[in-house]
Write a protein that binds this ligand. Structure first.
Ligand SMILES: *Cc1c(COP(=O)(O)O)cnc(C)c1O
Length: 419
């Protein structure tokens, strides 16, 4: 069942015509399908049926409070990478004991916040961080539950900017140093060693890298056992890819099967941190065509959404399918779909066959639910766009469009400049 579909010539999200939403809310806007979000979470979670596991949705893919609340309601835990995400998670009602905290650069104030909140565990990414967490826990008279994020040195076969499990990446601790880290951690007064963790990259489209990473972790788990270090959690991170174009990533059930099969004999609670696979294809960016323009060698379609609204094409040369919100019978054209920003890197698509759109037509930039809004910015003092959630035949603005006042909120002009 597809929740973005045509009825006649018109694109709907669930039972709502997208044209209607654009008319009422204005463009650009992010649009999420509640039914798709829910279905994706349940399919992923149920793929691990019968296994002792906790699925911790990875907040940074999409942190809108309405989405977080939905996942909290469905029994999800949360994977966070900042104090801000912890704040959002608590606001959305996640229980602290279902929150895991990853990230290479946790600040002291963020560590204190997480310690005072009582999260499930810190995924520690360096020995220096471990020492700081121990010290802060001591000052706060707490014991910090930690896993060490291991860098298993596997190639996820993905874009270099989104691979995180290679020896040259900044993430985690290499397998040799990790054992050292566990020995140190197990002797620290205010550290409770509870788990082992990895996260090898994002948009991974085969099962093999996950199996390789798991094998590497299992060798470490055996070594830890021999050292008398007992852990409870095995955190496999996130990273399962989705179909943007022609990729055919494993279905969550195949992914789960590959992990479960490799898990034989490991008696730990499994933690998973899916982000993209849950929200990516549950969202679109709706934009209006402002102008058409023909250059000597190219045709341009200029839209009201730009790289500040959806950064992935500029940042990773990522592909997003672009569909008309109302289909026409005109022959398609080949064009660059570009935004209004003063950068040549400001494009949504390059040399793309798209419908022969006209000024004022609406386009849907598909698969924009993950790393879309969360990566957006106010560059060029453009207002951050609204987010809308559709549920059946109704829609809800779950984040209002910014105003010009929002844009300058918090800025001040020092008095000496006002003379
Ligand atoms: C970003 C991230 C995830 C989620 O990755 P996806 O590719 O969106 O599934 C999970 N865990 C950690 C530590 C991350 O940084």
């Amino acid at each position: 069942m597809h929740h973005f579909h045509y009825r006649g010539n018109e694109l709907y999200c669930e039972d709502v015509p997208i044209q209607k939403i654009a008319a009422e809310v204005g463009t650009p806007l992010y649009l999420y399908s509640h039914a798709t979000l829910k279905r994706h979470f349940l399919i992923f979670n149920e793929a691990f049926e019968g296994i002792d596991r906790l699925v911790c949705y990875s907040a940074k893919a999409n942190t809108n409070l309405a989405l977080l609340k939905l996942f909290a309601n469905l029994g999800s835990g949360l994977d966070i990478v900042s104090g801000g995400e912890l704040y959002r998670g608590l606001k959305a009602g996640f229980s602290p004991d279902r929150i895991v905290y990853s990230g290479v650069g946790k600040r002291v104030d963020e560590i204190d916040y997480a310690l005072n909140t009582g999260i499930l565990m810190f995924n520690v990414e360096s020995l220096e961080e471990l020492a700081v967490i121990n010290q802060r826990a001591g000052l706060l008279a707490k014991k910090a539950p930690v896993a060490i994020r291991v860098n298993p040195d596997v190639d996820p076969g993905t874009h270099p900017y989104i691979s995180t499990g290679l020896e040259k990446n900044k993430f985690g601790i290499d397998t040799k140093t990790a054992i050292e880290g566990y020995k140190v951690a197990s002797r620290l007064e205010n550290i409770d060693v509870v788990g082992i963790d990895c996260h090898i990259g994002s948009q991974i489209t085969e099962a093999k890298p996950f199996e390789d990473a798991l094998k590497s972790l299992e060798r470490l788990i055996t070594e830890l056992k021999a050292l008398g270090i007992k852990i409870k959690y095995l955190d496999m991170g996130g990273g399962l890819g989705i179909t943007y174009d022609a990729e055919s990533p494993p279905h969550p059930r195949e992914y789960a099967r590959a992990i479960i099969d490799s898990l034989q004999g490991v008696d730990l609670q499994l933690i998973l941190e899916p982000g993209r696979v849950i929200v990516g294809n549950a969202g679109t960016l709706i934009t209006r065509v402002l102008y058409r323009k023909a250059a000597p060698v190219k045709e341009f379609v200029i839209t009201d959404a730009g790289m500040n609204d959806l950064m992935r094409p500029s940042l990773y040369k990522a592909f997003h399918a672009i569909q008309p919100v109302v289909k026409t019978a005109h022959a398609p054209i080949k064009a660059d779909v570009v935004g209004p920003i003063c950068e040549s890197g400001d494009f949504l698509a390059v040399d793309r066959e798209i419908p022969d759109v006209k000024q004022g037509d609406l386009l849907a930039v598909m698969s924009a639910g993950a790393y879309g809004f969360t990566m957006s910015s106010n560059y060029c003092s453009r207002l951050r766009v609204p987010e809308v959630m559709v549920a059946d035949e109704r829609f809800y603005v779950v984040r209002a469009r910014q105003t010009y006042e929002d844009l300058v909120a918090g800025e001040t002009i020092p008095s000496f400049l006002n003379s």
